[in-house]
Design a protein. Structure first.
Ligand code: SF4
Length: 336
């Protein structure tokens, strides 16, 4: 099969099913149809993704560990020499799944959004999710040892900003083999793009600057026992501001929905084809064309603050989303 020049990194949201109900969920998983493929469809889509010749594939969701066949998919990517990353909340992880995850992925990341159960569980919408995330890290630590790097991804909002340092201290002390702790400012995508959420939970401009301030990051490193590498990002790159993304080389990432539909722009609704039916090269070209669409440029160009960015995201989602997307957006709950 002919290969195509395309994105270097693929993010595949392999299901929109999820046992959690995070208040910032970018994919609105659990609130939309799972659109999960069966075993044959998963393997066909795996082959279609490989036509991009990616250097890495991130399997995310939803909760990927709910998907029967996720490890066969990972094995196939591994055979093709593609680096495989798994993102999980850890809710369903048990000893068997931990061993399978370690055997089939090159890096594993557990999401944790607080240093205490009350903060994490409120953000994640399910009591017990903090304990389950820590339990998942314990299981991965035992299964992975020093062989497979595992880390923590922390989505930073106003509700947990003050817990960042405590999270470093907690995680570094309890998991000495933890490889990474990564703090990323929440971006206005999905539920996090709601106007009331943007006003109350997206970081203020001051917090966003502080998060990436070298002195602040050095303080976090100093507060982290063990060997974990601590990093932060304001996630501005995900905005895909027209001045920053002028060509495909500026954002060599593509996001694939569970059934193979491809988003034009990672964090925004709107697809440009399906890898199971369309030529990947054309799909990628349509995606890159969308970045320069006059509507997108007009929406994102003047968006500088987080609140402005959220407003632009809502406009893009309504303009390019499907009828189902628009119906879901109309049903979004108010942020409490
Ligand atoms: S765990 Fe991830 S996919 Fe599930 S609700 Fe939370 S943010 Fe969404």
């Amino acid at each position: 099969m002919e290969s195509v020049t395309g994105p270097k990194d693929v993010i595949w949201d392999i299901t929109y099913a999820c046992p959690l109900r995070c208040f910032h969920c970018y994919s609105e998983s659990g609130r939309r149809a799972a659109r999960q493929l069966g075993p044959d469809g998963l393997l066909r889509l795996t082959e279609a993704v490989l036509r991009f010749q990616p250097r890495s594939v991130t399997i995310s969701g939803g909760e990927p560990l709910l998907v029967k066949g996720v490890f066969e998919v990972a094995r196939r990517f591994g055979e093709a020499g593609v680096e495989r990353l798994l993102y999980t909340s850890g809710w369903t992880l048990d000893e068997t799944l931990a061993q399978q995850a370690v055997a089939n992925f090159d890096r594993i990341c557990v999401s944790l959004d607080g240093a205490t159960a009350d903060v994490h569980d409120r953000i994640r919408g399910r009591r017990g999710s903090f304990d389950r995330a820590l339990n998942a890290l314990d299981l991965l630590d035992r299964a992975a040892g020093d062989r497979v790097p595992y880390g923590v991804d922390f989505t930073v909002v106003r509700s947990n900003f003050d817990q960042i340092t405590d999270a470093c201290a907690l995680l570094g002390a309890r998991f000495p083999r933890l490889r990474t702790i990564f703090f990323g400012a929440a971006v206005p995508s999905g539920l996090a793009s709601r106007a009331d959420f943007a006003e109350r939970e997206l970081l203020t401009e001051e917090q966003r600057e502080r998060l990436v301030d070298p002195d602040f990051v050095a303080g976090l490193r100093a507060a982290t026992p063990g060997a974990a590498r601590v990093g932060t990002t304001d996630n501005r790159v995900l905005q895909m501001h027209p001045e920053r993304v002028r060509s495909a080389a500026d954002f060599p990432v593509v996001q694939v929905e569970p059934d193979g539909a491809v988003r034009a722009m990672s964090i925004y609704e709107g697809t440009v084809g399906n890898l199971l039916t369309d030529d990947p090269d054309q799909v990628w070209r349509r995606a890159v064309d969308r970045w320069r669409d006059p509507f997108v440029v007009a929406a994102l160009g003047p968006a500088h603050t987080a609140v402005q960015w959220a407003e632009a995201a809502r406009r893009i989602d309504l303009r390019f989303g499907s009828d189902d997307d628009r119906a879901r957006i109309a049903r979004r709950p108010a942020h409490r």
